[in-house]
Ligand binder design. Structure first.
Ligand code: ADP
Ligand code: MG
Length: 438
């Protein structure tokens, strides 16, 4: 490992210490498992192979998982996400040409963008990066040419927010290299606006908020109405977060997301209200008279569950917290209708294992129709639980889900490397990188 890649656990503004249970210390289950993201190392190696010299900067950002508060971010509700140990890393070096070179580990060649062109969306992964850079230029940042290379171990399109990790890590680089500082909330909003206007995805504020504001060993209680937030520390006996990726994405996702938003809005209009806040105590008879009573039932009940979950988290009441996760899943399946057979199978399997087998609870997380389940499990039982889930799921659906554990991780960070001591990576032309310092 390059000497300047410090273990993430020691970084930045993270606070507090946390007892690390055996299953959280990096035993291998499926690729990229453990507290140290492999992406940081691969990113630097990829940069050196691509450009033939060392990077000057390394920016990295986590994926995230939402523990509870689903589909209420756009309904003025609360959400309770945490950053995960999987990260996206971006290495950078300033060049004296007016060009941006973008390289990703899946590709053989870098994409080149001229700083003298007017940038338009291209409909691919570069939009997230170019969109953020354009937003910095629009705000008067001082541009310079850059070589960039990225690597990631956040599953793409699985609802763990690889897109916000991309946006926030490039935004951190822009702040530093294009000399335009933003306060964290401004940065969150800039990245969200890029995803809306440049990428074309009308996402809520959660993903960019947690990726930017996350603190190790904390959840983030985010009020999506006024964007205020509070870090919730996890007790030292916090169970392991087990994330199960079904690896399925059912069609109809885009249309269904927009439709759910419209249905919630139609209920508010019928109530003559502009927000769900303050509607929590609505009588069930009134609720039944709405155009989409089941959707309203989910919004109102999920708001209450999210606040109850914070209480459980602070008290260490894992069984009660787990029950809230199961209730949330049932509500998303029955009332909001955004689950799918693969997610339901996993949650039912978790529930039937139960606390005696080390499972406190679980639910689908993210937009739904595929993607991931988040579960709270006892550290010592993780491998047994995962093995049972993978073999049962495989028998049912023909492939195993991916599974990995995480601790509540830190948010996006940027580092300036010191000297590299190991330069034994020839680039793709067989050249050995230039040594910058002894
Ligand atoms: P999620 O954020 O849940 O992973 P999205 O659909 O919002 O899913 O974002 C996924 C998109 O982000 C990908 O289609 C790709 O354009 C971009 N992306 C994410 N990670 C990478 C990566 N490592 N390299 C290139 N593009 C990436
Ligand atoms: Mg996304």
């Amino acid at each position: 490992m390059h000497s300047w890649i410090k273990p993430i656990a020691n970084h930045g503004s993270d606070e507090g210490s946390h007892g690390s249970a055996p299953a959280q210390q990096g035993r291998v289950m499926t690729g990229g498992f453990g507290n140290q993201s492999q992406a940081l190392q691969r990113c630097v190696e990829g940069f050196i192979r691509q450009y033939g010299h060392e990077p000057e900067w390394l920016s990295h950002a986590p994926g995230r998982v939402n523990l509870i508060g689903e589909h209420i971010d756009y309904n003025d509700g609360w959400v309770l996400p945490t950053a995960i140990d999987r990260r996206l890393a971006m290495a950078a070096r300033v060049i004296d040409r007016p060009e941006i070179l973008l390289h990703s580990e899946q590709q053989t060649h870098a994409r080149i963008f001229s700083l003298e062109d007017a940038w338009q969306p291209k409909g691919d992964w570069t939009d997230y990066l170019i969109g953020v850079m354009k937003a910095f230029l629009d705000r008067g940042a001082r541009p310079c040419g850059l070589e960039l290379s990225l690597a990631s171990d956040i599953p793409v399109g699985a609802g763990l927010s690889s897109s916000a990790a991309l946006e926030c890590s490039i935004a951190s680089l822009m702040e530093e290299l294009w000399e335009h500082r933003l306060d964290p909330v401004e940065k969150v909003i800039l990245c969200q606006q890029v995803e809306h206007a440049f990428v074309g995805m009308p996402c809520g504020i959660m993903d960019q908020s947690i990726v930017t504001l996350a603190k190790k060993n904390h959840f983030l209680l985010l009020d999506c109405m006024d964007r205020s937030h509070q870090h919730i520390a996890v007790p030292s006996n916090f169970p392991t977060l087990l994330i199960l990726d079904t690896k399925v994405k059912h069609a109809l996702v885009e249309g269904a997301y927009a439709r759910r938003r419209q249905e919630c809005h139609a209920c508010l209009e019928a109530l003559g209200r502009s927000s769900w806040r303050g509607a929590e105590d609505m009588a069930s008879t009134k609720l039944e008279s709405l155009p989409y009573p089941a959707r309203a039932r989910h919004v109102i009940s999920e708001m209450a569950r999210t606040l109850q979950a914070v209480d459980c988290l602070q008290k260490g009441a894992w069984e009660a917290l787990g029950d809230l996760l199961y209730q949330s899943h049932a509500s998303l399946r029955n009332d909001f209708e955004v689950s799918c057979p693969e997610l339901d199978w996993l949650v039912e399997a978790l529930q039937s294992l139960g606390p005696s087998a080390g499972v406190w609870g679980g639910r689908m997380t993210g937009g739904g129709f595929g993607g991931c389940v988040v579960a709270l499990v006892e550290p010592l039982q993780v491998e047994r639980i995962l093995g049972r889930l993978q073999s049962g799921f495989h028998a049912q659906f023909g492939h195993p889900p991916d599974g990995f554990v995480s601790t509540p991780a830190s948010g996006c960070q940027i580092e300036r490397p010191g000297p590299l001591h190991r330069l034994d990576h020839p680039d793709r032309f067989g050249r050995t990188p230039r040594r910058l310092s002894p």
